[in-house]
Design a protein around this ligand. Structure first.
Ligand code: GDP
Length: 364
């Protein structure tokens, strides 16, 4: 599965957020089943209003959402407090995830101790990120001499790798995360192979006080500004409100949300932002049996999309009968779209667009 790791300093609200994620899904078991694989791994359904609309139109018996995972990565305490490197387990946990969600404390509360004695989300971000940058620096410096030796010969791969190692080192020595380096699409594969912690895409979660859940506050605005500078994502959320929302039934939830001036739980925004962060998008299949959301990487072709459903679909791919979501809804479903000439026959080079409703034709 695709995983987002949740990191941050102690007492910023990571567990509150993670527990809300687990509970909210459990509360909506029918549509958003949740299961805890390990104590710190939560498997969540991606909230996708379009899927429910499709199911209505296609009169589908079942609704099957797309899924992703959040991992609660604790354990920053030691390294941060002693100013030393991080525990191996902590680093190993981050290495395993595809993207990193930084939870940043954006609430004042004298009853909740801050490890540094003051609320400053950008300083917190720097503390955590510095630890990760140090770990990357160390691992690159360890690998470099051997690579340099191999790159002197005819080893083309070693040469290409060395160039990227040096680009990452330049960024890190400049106090910047590896993700700030310019990497071309052709270099992407070797770059990923370096497995750098600070090369992973990041999302900032500004955890605000209850009163700022709708409009944010000065702290969260600083976080958002920083995200814009970096081209990172940012989500403003109140973990405490989310944990309360997660315990309510649908009607109570709607009432509470309205009172707060919120359109939907912040967790929905968080999950969708995490999904986008992973470079994922959705296509749909819709029929009387089920309406289903499938996950593909952005840029995937029609046969690759078919392969997510079944390897036979990819191997024997002939074409994909494709209707864009908007057409499907506006024209009342497959039949209407067909009659209006809005069903496209797409071939093997077609790059699937987010929201495509697809039916694959293949040779068995
Ligand atoms: P973690 O160490 O990062 O996992 O932090 P926790 O989730 O355990 O939260 C630490 C403390 O902060 C707990 O007492 C929470 O109730 C409190 N807390 C978390 N989120 C909020 C919030 O949005 N507002 C306020 N006032 N307190 C919060």
């Amino acid at each position: 599965g695709f995983k987002c790791g949740i990191v941050g300093l102690p007492n910023v609200g990571k567990s509150t957020l993670f527990n809300a994620l687990t509970r909210t899904a459990a509360a909506q078991a029918a549509n958003y089943p949740f299961c805890t694989i390990e104590p710190n791994v939560g498997d969540v359904a991606v909230p996708e209003p379009r899927l429910f609309r499709l199911a209505e139109i296609a009169r589908s018996k079942e609704i099957v959402p797309a899924r992703m995972q959040f991992v609660d990565i604790a354990g920053l305490v030691k390294g941060a407090s002693k100013g030393e490197g991080l525990g191996n387990q902590f680093l190993a946990n981050i290495r395993e995830v595809d993207a990193v969600v930084y939870v940043l404390r954006c609430f004042d509360d004298d009853d909740v101790t801050h490890v540094a004695g003051r609320v400053d989300p950008l300083a917190d971000l720097e503390v955590v990120e510095t630890e990760l940058m140090l770990a990357d620096l160390e691992s690159l410096e360890k690998r470099r001499p051997n690579l340099e030796k191999r790159a002197k010969g005819q080893d083309k791969e070693a040469k290409a790798t060395l160039a990227l190692v040096d680009r990452a080192l330049a960024a890190l020595q400049d106090g910047k995360p590896a993700r700030s380096a310019d990497i071309s699409p052709e270099e992407e594969k070797i770059w990923k192979g370096l497995q750098l912690l600070t090369a992973k895409p990041v999302l900032f979660v500004a955890n605000v006080d209850e009163d700022s859940a709708a409009a944010g506050n000065d702290y969260s605005r600083r976080v958002e500004a920083r995200a814009r500078e970096e081209g990172a994502g940012a989500v403003v959320i109140s973990a405490r409100i989310e944990s309360e929302l997660a315990q309510l039934d649908d009607a109570e939830q709607a009432e509470y949300l309205a009172a707060l001036g919120l359109e939907e739980p912040g967790l929905n925004r968080l999950i969708r932002a995490g999904y986008a962060l992973l470079g994922l998008q959705t296509f749909f299949t819709a029929g009387p049996k089920e309406a289903r959301a499938w996950t593909i990487r952005r840029g995937a072709t029609a046969p690759q999309a078919a392969g997510v459903i079944h390897t036979d679909f990819e191997r024997g791919f002939i074409r994909a009968e494709t209707i864009s979501y908007d057409d499907y809804v506006a024209l009342g479903g497959e039949q209407g779209a067909k009659e209006a000439g809005k069903m496209r026959l797409e071939g093997k080079d077609y790059v699937v667009q987010d929201g495509d409703v697809m039916l694959f034709r293949f040779n068995a």
